[in-house]
Write a protein that binds this ligand. Structure first.
Ligand code: MN
Length: 732
């Protein structure tokens, strides 16, 4: 186990101004707290935080981060408290240690979806301070190095999580060394066979090509020297995991992977980079399409280098990365290197530049040194859109997906671009079918809203709601689309079948016969139909005339039946005669066979003073006289027809009307509203949330009522609800 003075030595080597008092205090405190605890391999537990601190000294991190590394498991695993750490080391360190404690508490579950949830929580936790993440990565690295001592069943989930979350995160932060080591360690556990095969193959290839590599190295060095370029040429063999990924991604065999050898050329200045590139390209032919200049256009994580691939001396492909020493440090240490070198201020920068001039005081210096890190983390955690993070982290697994949560915390994975409707159907088809609105992170949103990673989605439902056909274009998932199509088709068919049944009842009644579905069923073949419901719907849609059905069911029936009671009905062709009972056409003043519609934007109910507007070839539309829509017909007086209601008092016939209401957004509001309408014995034929503000929704409800009095009762009932702030009839 590393001694106290050894750790300090490592730190003072790069940071002579290190706060030895703080570091010693953290060392002693953590050692005492962990006391006699042992790790799985029998080592004293304290060896773990110590090694984590050591990893961070390799990254040349500051005192506070090293102290946090030493303390990182104390709150979770010992009787240490946040208060105690605050008192001894200051609130800043206390906060960081607590952040690590939080991350550690995340349950390790091997399911990919659950890991995405971990990722989200992790990000929330770290967005406060990137140092939490740096310590966490070092912690994970040490745990991966010592994974062999864990019980076997724990190893795979930990390794998977490392591959899927921590290694890409390290990569995103520019810490390529750490990324590669994490990947190799995890790969070995997750897929030991592939790891073994590729590693053995790599070893044999590099053995076989040892001379070749030396030849290239020597050749390059000589040519650079000739041109006066000082360069370090480092042969680099690809790691097994990188090769495995490439084989998977490109579906190529190991043999086809030609670019297994790589070299790094590290030079002094940027002009030297381009000079070196010139030397390389004039020595060996370059492979088209493989040249990338990340010096003029750095990667998101500030990685800079020139990449090129050439055809080497024995016709093998050789990858080269050309960079300066400073770029090399950034490439190796990533974010951590920036903490040291980038801003040129603060204790660390001073030390790195040769111990020079000085140390800004306290947190001010630290704040500036970490400014770049914070910016990056903000970008990581928030970005322009949250999923940008996933894009840039190159978490290929998650790139095409968004992860959202139910209010109870269940994770729902959806393809990118998914809407609350997709979410609703992903949870359950019944939920999708009864959706009327959605709330995302507590705020009402339109159903067309594109969901973002981490959104908590609450679906607002109403019984009796039917999916609208237009939703098919709002949803993007196959499941939602097909369910919407099915449900709206079923609903439409049901509606038409109901209408068809009514039409037939009347048509049969007119000629003195009783309509029976059973009879129709046995006569379907005469209509070239197979399904009763389909046939009824076809009648409802007007595709099959009722007379045809009549003839099919009663082939013996003759049209000139004399004794049929004559009814005045709006439907059918042959009816003439006087008005009688219920189901009669409810409008007086119209020709017998004219089709009647009610104002499409608000309907009309008995009790309204009404006007009929005739549309040749279509029929008459009934408007309440106060309807603003009538203005449209001002110039066409010939279309105006004077009509009156003709409805029996005891009629239960229904008429359409529209209610607009403003309601407070809270759970159960819609349920209350629909309940009131149902209790008043009115039918809801459509419910549409027109506008959804944070606190209020404007809801348009189409109802079917018996008359104006009935409608007035419904509206009064709605107004009596606490959640309803206003309710009025549209057009009324
Ligand atoms: Mn730990």
């Amino acid at each position: 186990m590393m001694r106290q003075y050894e750790l300090l030595e490592r730190i003072t080597r790069y940071n002579p101004a290190a706060d030895e008092g703080l570091l010693n205090k953290a060392y002693v405190y953590a050692m005492q707290k962990h006391g006699t605890q042992l790790r799985a391999n029998g080592d004293p537990f304290f060896s773990h935080p110590l090694e984590v601190a050591a990893i961070l000294t390799d990254l040349r991190l500051d005192d506070a981060t090293i102290a946090v590394a030493l303390l990182h498991d104390t709150i979770e695993d010992t009787d240490a408290t946040r208060g105690e750490i605050d008192a001894l080391f200051g609130e800043d360190i206390g906060r960081l240690v607590e952040g690590l404690t939080k991350i550690k508490k995340l349950d390790l579950v091997s399911k990919k979806a659950a890991q995405a949830e971990n990722l989200r929580k992790l990000l929330l936790a770290i967005s406060a301070d990137v140092r939490v993440l740096l310590v966490k990565l070092a912690d994970r690295l040490h745990n991966m190095r010592t994974l062999a001592h864990m019980p076997p069943e724990r190893r795979v989930p930990i390794a998977e999580e490392t591959l899927e979350i921590y290694a890409p995160l390290a990569g995103r932060m520019g810490m390529q060394d750490m990324r590669e080591e994490l990947e190799e360690l995890a790969f070995k556990v997750v897929n030991p066979q592939a790891h073994g095969t590729i590693s053995r193959r790599l070893a044999s290839i590099s053995e076989k090509n040892r001379d070749l590599i030396r030849e290239i190295e020597a050749d390059l060095a000589a040519r650079f020297a000739e041109r006066g370029i000082t360069a370090r040429v480092l042969g680099r063999q690809k790691r097994a995991y990188a090769i495995f990924r490439k084989m998977e991604r490109k579906a190529v065999s190991f043999e086809q992977l030609s670019d297994i050898f790589g070299f790094r050329v590290v030079v002094a200045t940027v002009p030297d980079c381009y000079a070196a590139l010139g030397v390389i390209h004039s020595t060996w032919p370059s492979v088209p399409g493989r040249f990338k200049d990340y010096i003029s256009t750095p990667k998101q994580n500030d990685y800079r280098s020139i990449h090129t691939t050439v055809v080497g001396p024995q016709h093998q492909r050789v990858e080269l990365q050309i960079r300066t020493e400073a770029m090399h440090r950034v490439a190796e240490y990533g974010i951590a290197a920036h903490a040291l070198y980038k801003d040129g201020v603060g204790p660390l920068a001073g030390a790195a530049n040769g111990g020079g001039n000085g140390k800004l005081s306290g947190f001010a210096a630290e704040a500036r040194a970490y400014e770049w890190l914070r910016r990056t983390i903000e970008m990581l955690a928030e970005g322009d859109t949250p999923e940008e993070f996933l894009e840039h982290t190159k978490l290929e697994l998650f790139q095409d997906q968004v992860f959202c949560f139910t209010p109870k915390g269940r994770l729902i994975a959806l393809p990118r671009g998914a809407t609350p409707l997709d979410f609703a159907y992903a949870v359950h088809t019944d939920i999708g079918n009864s959706t009327v609105g959605a709330r995302v992170n507590g705020r009402p949103v339109p159903l067309t809203t594109e969901l973002q990673n981490g959104d908590e989605v609450e679906i607002v439902r109403a019984t009796g709601q039917v999916p609208q056909a237009a939703w098919e274009h709002v949803a993007i998932t196959g499941k939602a689309r097909s369910a919407i199509r099915r449900a709206s088709r079923v609903a439409a068919r049901k509606q038409y079948a109901g209408l068809g049944r009514q039409i037939l009842e009347r048509a049969f009644e007119r000629v003195g016969l009783a309509f029976s579905e059973e009879q129709l069923k046995t006569s379907l073949h005469r209509l070239a139909q197979q399904d009763l419901e389909d046939t009824l719907a076809a009648v409802g849609r007007g595709e099959i005339p009722s007379a045809n059905v009549l003839r099919a069911v009663h082939p013996e029936h003759r049209e000139e039946v004399k004794n049929a009671p004559r009814r005045r009905l709006g439907l059918g062709r042959r009816n003439t005669g006087r008005t009688t009972a219920r189901k009669a056409i409810p409008i007086r003043g119209l020709a017998q066979n004219v089709a009647i519609r009610y104002a499409p934007d608000g309907g009309a109910v008995p009790g309204d003073r009404i006007i009929g507007i005739m549309t040749p070839g279509e029929g008459v539309t009934i408007y309440p006289i106060q309807s603003p829509a009538l203005k449209e017909f001002d110039e066409e007086t010939e279309r105006w027809i004077d009509v009156r209601w003709e409805v029996d008092l005891d009629s239960t016939q229904r008429f359409p009307a529209r209610i607009a209401l403003t309601a407070i957004n809270e759970p159960g509001t819609l349920a209350q509203i629909t309940q009131v309408i149902a209790t008043a014995d009115a039918n809801i034929s459509n419910l549409h949330i027109k506008r959804n503000e944070q606190d209020f929704s404007e809801i348009i409800i189409d109802v079917e009522v018996m008359n104006l009095k009935h409608l007035t009762q419904v509206i009064a009932g709605l107004r009596a609800q606490r959640v309803v702030s206003s309710a009025h009839r549209v057009n009324g």
